[in-house]
Write a protein that binds this ligand. Structure first.
Ligand code: ADP
Ligand code: ADP
Length: 219
């Protein structure tokens, strides 16, 4: 399994964000994590990416426990947080080079991820000069630098205009071909456009988990 989540619970004070959440994702699957704002999507993703500890339960990524083996988990994951902090004053290549150093990634990989995410026409610019869609490509390119097996994308298309949305979805489908992808959204069309399976969360609880053709034919 690429991602294994067993009975994960998490509260912020009295606010229960996740209530015994369980599911597993196989290598190569593209899974949508669908739910309204406040459902618990970001919280689960932060637990999987080792930024937050669960109160209860066990989670592994590529067989590595997210609390016991954080470094191995981080190396196997490319994470695009919902509010990706970009250094607006840096040029695209400077920003990628900065992150490449953190991961000890070769400079040639920078050109590869620029190509993969369709950044080439804008890659000579400063991040502050880029549209939202291109900034999101920079985020995706950063997540891809260390060529992770697993991509965790938190609301990757929220706030994008319709053109950019279609393009970013295509980039995700393309780069996700040989990876496991777990992406959150509050829009069903996003799941239909990209994913082969949907896990629906509401109020911290998993309410649906099924293959997409099944979900559509049920309705
Ligand atoms: P989603 O990503 O689905 O919008 P979140 O995981 O961000 O949901 O939030 C789940 C619940 O936990 C919400 O009720 C949210 O307000 C609450 N929450 C999230 N982060 C915090 C925090 N740092 N402190 C207190 N409550 C939080
Ligand atoms: P993200 O979860 O993607 O970082 P958010 O806008 O959901 O972005 O939250 C921004 C910050 O505020 C996060 O650290 C989140 O945990 C925290 N937060 C979210 N909801 C609440 C809440 N109800 N009370 C306190 N902090 C919250």
């Amino acid at each position: 399994m690429s991602i294994e989540v067993q009975n994960i619970s998490k509260s912020y004070g009295a606010q229960k964000a996740l209530d015994r959440v369980s599911f597993s994702i196989k290598k190569g699957e593209i899974v949508g994590f669908l739910g309204p704002n406040g459902a618990g999507k970001s919280t689960l993703m932060k637990i999987l990416t080792t930024f937050l500890n669960a109160d209860e339960g066990v989670a592994t990524v590529n067989g590595n426990d997210v609390t016991e083996n954080q470094k191995a988990v981080q190396l196997s994951i490319g994470y695009l947080p919902e509010h990706n902090p970009l250094y607006l004053d840096l040029y695209v290549r400077e920003y990628l080079a900065f992150n490449a150093d953190v991961y000890n990634v070769s400079k040639s990989r920078i050109e590869e991820v620029i190509e993969l995410t369709g950044l080439s026409p804008e890659s000579h610019k400063k991040i502050s000069q880029l549209s939202k869609g291109y900034r999101q490509r920079v985020g995706l390119a950063t997540a891809l630098l260390h060529n992770p097996d697993v991509l965790i994308l938190d609301e990757p298309t929220t706030g994008l205009d319709p053109n950019q949305l279609v393009e970013i979805r295509n980039v995700i489908k393309n780069v996700g071909k040989d990876k496991t992808v777990f992406l959150s959204t509050h829009i069903m069309q996003e799941v239909e456009a990209i994913c082969d399976r949907v896990i629906i969360i509401d109020n911290g609880k998993i309410v649906t988990d099924k293959k997409l053709d099944k979900l559509v034919s049920d309705e």
